[in-house]
Design a protein around this ligand. Structure first.
Ligand code: PLP
Length: 373
């Protein structure tokens, strides 16, 4: 049975070139980058050239890139340090953020008593900018944390607009770009974001590697302490092979961006067309969503719905219901809960997310399988 992977917002398969690069490092460059001998120095060189190359991709300087273990860690660090060290008294965020942001903000509210405001979300999944302006005009030292591309429905934040509003109101701006880095252009000079986070496994790199972009002179402090790695901001021996793999994956992602974006957009268009033909009553969640994510409500009975993922899995097809952290449990999606009414939210929902490794045949098999449920 040919397996079909349509869950690329959850994680992506590694590119072979990335595996080759990582394997080379694992076999040949095992030195500790903090050691002063040649083994250590070689490893250090690898890390610093990875940093330079990642920085270049988003038009940052190398010193503004700090390696972390994942996107979750980077989000936690930035939000926490903003409150603890930069004395942010209020966070404006949204209820459709990833839990790496939402749960951190909840915890910070408990620990530090900061004010948390949730900006309104429109029924198409977009941020209500009028509400954001209203919230921003209330004074207090504020951090705005809004994700770029939503991992469940694929709605896209207008980063430029969000940043300009924050600047005009003297608020700091953090964005979770885990779903967008490597899949769209981001230029931190053109769009002066204060903090962003990324995760290698979402752009065909390894799991266990991410990075934070921290704008120069931001004053952010470490959340844990130890060695002098990452200028003391993130202690712990660097995972050299992961970092090198991440840089390689990002290079390849941007090198192939135009071709792959066009190809994947066409796959998504085709999937929508097939859904419209075979499931005319299906409904896409979110409007003008990102080109690799398609979130759809299917006109199936509740009884069939409960078997849906299991049935697809038995046929070797991987898609998601809600977000990855929630699949496997029956928890409702906190994102869909914000944009759907009581009736719509009961309907079976699928998140289909594509990569350049998918084909139209994959979509045909998915649709035929859905028809047989
Ligand atoms: N933020 C978003 C938008 C995500 O989609 C994810 C992963 O699903 C994360 C954060 C967490 O990233 P990581 O898996 O690197 O911790």
């Amino acid at each position: 049975m040919k397996k079909i992977y349509l869950d690329n917002a959850s994680t992506t398969p590694l590119r072979p070139e990335v595996v080759a690069e990582m394997t080379k490092v694992l076999l040949e460059d095992f030195g500790n980058p903090s050691s002063t001998h040649s083994f250590g120095r070689s490893a250090k060189v690898l890390i610093e050239s990875a940093r330079k190359s990642i920085a270049k991709q988003i038009n940052a300087t190398a010193s503004e890139i700090i390696f972390t273990s994942c996107g979750t860690e980077a989000n936690n660090w930035i939000l926490r340090s903003c409150v603890r060290d930069l004395k942010v008294e209020r966070i404006i965020t949204s209820k459709i953020e990833h839990h790496a942001v939402l749960h951190t903000v909840e915890m910070l509210a408990k620990e530090y008593g900061i004010q948390v405001d949730f900006v309104n979300i429109k029924s198409n999944g977009e941020i209500d900018f009028t509400d954001l302006v209203e919230l921003l005009s209330q004074g207090k030292k504020t951090l705005v944390s809004l994700m770029h591309v939503n991992n469940e429905i694929g709605t896209v934040l207008n980063l430029e607009k969000a940043v300009r509003l924050c600047q005009a109101h003297n608020a700091l701006f953090h964005t979770d770009t885990v779903q967008s880095i490597g899949k769209t252009e981001i230029d931190v000079q053109e769009v002066p974001i204060d903090f962003l986070v990324s995760s290698a496994h979402k752009f065909h790199g390894p799991k266990g590697a991410g990075f934070a972009y921290i704008r120069k002179n931001s004053g952010l402090q470490p959340i844990f302490f130890g060695g002098e790695q990452e200028k003391g901001l993130r202690a712990g021996t660097e995972a050299v092979h992961q970092i090198v793999g991440m840089a390689k994956a990002l290079d390849l992602a941007y090198e192939n961006l135009d071709t792959e974006r066009t190809y994947i957009s066409e796959l998504k268009r085709y999937a929508i067309e097939r859904l419209e033909i075979d499931f005319p009553e299906s409904k896409i969640n979110g409007e003008e969503t990102f080109y690799n994510i398609l979130n759809v409500n299917l006109p199936l009975s509740e009884e069939k719905a409960s078997m849906l993922l299991f049935h697809l899995d038995m046929k070797g097809i991987a898609v998601s219901r809600g977000s990855a952290c929630q699949s496997g449990s029956v928890k409702r999606s906190h994102v869909l809960a914000e944009i759907l009414d009581n009736e719509e939210i009961k309907k079976p929902n699928l998140r289909i997310s594509f990569s350049h490794y998918n084909t139209k045949e994959d979509i045909d098999v998915l649709i035929e399988t859905l028809k047989s449920v």
